[in-house]
Design a protein around this ligand. Structure first.
Ligand code: FRU
Length: 500
């Protein structure tokens, strides 16, 4: 990788055609999971799995950025680098983890990965910081050296949280080996002081049904219910962002599932981590890519040619709905970036493509409110990144209750067809689409159903259109606009109250 690191502003002025404008990317090199998300001493901290030396994964450091509003980020120096015997190995490093605050000190928990006797060893370690800028690895590391019985090596991604006066940690694991038919587990640990940890049991067991390893687990409460999330490896339905809603019994160390679901049906939404924003909302950020072990992931696309690889999702608020499902939708702070350009009511669509006129159709949003009874056509077709016959094709089937996103004809990388169900019975449908250079996100019913995926179109693929395959459709309300980049002309926003 020859290119120099790019400062935040320059990343968006760089002429790199796939570099997103409002999704976080690293200055240079490789990025994967978001780590250590926290609102600490008045600022949001975002850490991430980082390889500044290459566009391929390699012994991760923790990159670091801060923000006043979760939207405009400022780079800080790399926070953790693998330099201790328990993490210094080419296949090791400082793997994913989390952050909590206690008495003004920032405690960062992460998985240190090393090799001993030819075997990968994953242990849970601690770093502290008094200011959120300078970090010290704890002398008692590794705090958790031994994995529970049956674990052969996959034991990682601690997420710590407080309940009353106690601290808890969930850790993802596999009984057996993740890559060879292992069985996913989420283990629970308990602590009084954040230093000494007691094993309390497995709160989620795949038992052959949910995947061979649960990466990046998280456990938190929303409106009186407990939510357990993780990214399963080899889930039978390819669910990469699993959530379970239910009740947590900390006395017995048991989680009782009432509902399970998928936070995102797209190909590029993995390892989400949650935190509480300054208003008390539960917010998640995910790594917006996938691993090559995923059957649909052939490669990571061409952005390595531009000297960077990997995107983080925008921060999204989680809301628990009445039927115990979750909705996932960009935080309100993001509205400051939206520049509305056209609003219509009773907009008639027919077989002839209608091309929308946008200042920047490669960084934009489209919002549709549709009343199914006014759609004679059954399907609506929307083309993004269009140029002649090339486009990302979205087909909304209003009777079948399914939205299909087809990227096979948009560029020569990783063409996929993604299907996502939604409730069509009510007849009232809200579809929102966000586009950002190489990122496409779809939200139905305000995030009850989501698709996040990456595409790598040419610059001249810049048309957006809508039509029906036959007959007509009337769209009750339509709003389109462009989306500003995350640093230019945008003061930090202040949202006055909790928005749950
Ligand atoms: C998830 C993951 C984690 C691990 C990290 C390594 O994407 O595999 O389980 O800690 O990435 O970079």
């Amino acid at each position: 990788m020859k290119k120099d690191e790019l400062k935040m502003q320059d990343r968006y002025n760089s002429g790199e055609k796939w570099r997103p404008l409002y999704h976080f990317t690293a200055p240079r090199g490789w990025i994967n999971d978001p780590n250590g998300l926290i609102f600490y001493k008045g600022r949001y901290h975002l850490f991430y799995q980082y390889n500044p030396k290459s566009c391929d994964w390699g012994a991760p450091s923790w990159g670091h950025a801060v923000s006043d509003d979760m939207i405009h980020w400022e780079d800080l120096p790399v926070a953790l680098t693998p330099d201790k015997p328990y993490e210094a190995h080419p296949e090791g490093g400082c793997f994913s983890g989390c952050a909590v605050e206690k008495d003004g000190t920032l405690y960062i928990f992460y998985t240190a990965v090393a090799k001993s006797d030819g075997k990968i060893v994953q242990t849970q370690c601690l770093v502290t910081s008094a200011d959120g800028i300078h970090f010290e690895k704890h002398p008692a590391n590794p705090l958790i050296r031994e994995a529970p019985e049956g674990v052969k090596g996959d034991f990682r991604d601690p997420k710590v949280f407080a309940v009353g006066s106690k601290w808890y940690m969930v850790v993802g694991a596999s009984i057996g080996e993740a890559d060879h038919g292992g069985d996913g587990r989420i283990f629970l640990y308990e602590s009084e002081d954040l230093l000494s940890w007691t094993y309390r049991g497995a709160i989620l067991k795949s038992e052959g049904k949910m995947g061979t390893m649960f990466e990046c687990p998280d456990l938190f409460e929303i409106n009186g219910k407990w939510v357990l999330t993780c990214s399963p490896m080899n889930h039978p339905d390819y669910n990469k962002a699993l959530y379970c809603v239910g009740d947590m019994d900390f006395e017995k160390g048991e989680f009782h599932i009432e509902k399970t679901g998928n936070l995102d049906y797209g190909s590029d939404f993995y390892a989400p981590q949650s935190f509480v924003d300054k208003h008390g909302n539960r917010v998640i950020i995910a790594w917006q890519n996938g691993w090559l072990w995923m059957p649909w992931c052939e490669n990571w696309g061409p952005t390595g040619m531009e000297g960077w690889r990997g995107v983080l999702s925008v921060p999204k608020k989680l809301t628990l709905l009445q039927d115990l499902s979750l909705s996932v939708y960009p935080v309100e702070e993001m509205n400051v970036l939206l520049k509305p350009e056209q609003k219509e009511t009773d907009f008639l669509v027919d077989k002839t493509r209608h091309y929308f006129d946008l200042t920047d159709s490669r960084s934009c949003y489209l919002k549709f409110r549709i009343n199914g009874s006014r759609v004679a056509a059954r399907n609506l077709e929307i083309g993004l990144f269009g140029e002649e016959e090339r486009c990302v094709l979205i087909t909304l089937d209003l009777i079948g209750g399914i939205v299909v996103l087809d990227t096979r004809h948009s560029a020569s990388y990783n063409g996929r067809v993604i299907n996502c169900p939604f409730d069509s019975a009510s007849g009232q449908i809200e579809l929102e689409i966000f586009v950002d250079r190489s990122c496409v996100e779809l939200y139905l019913e305000h995030g009850k159903y989501c698709i996040t995926t990456n595409v790598y179109p040419d610059e001249k693929q810049n048309k957006i259109w809508i039509c029906t395959p036959y007959k007509t459709a009337v769209i009750d309300e339509l709003e389109i606009g462009t989306i500003n980049n995350m640093w230019e002309n945008s003061p930090a926003v202040e949202i006055s109250e909790k928005t749950i």
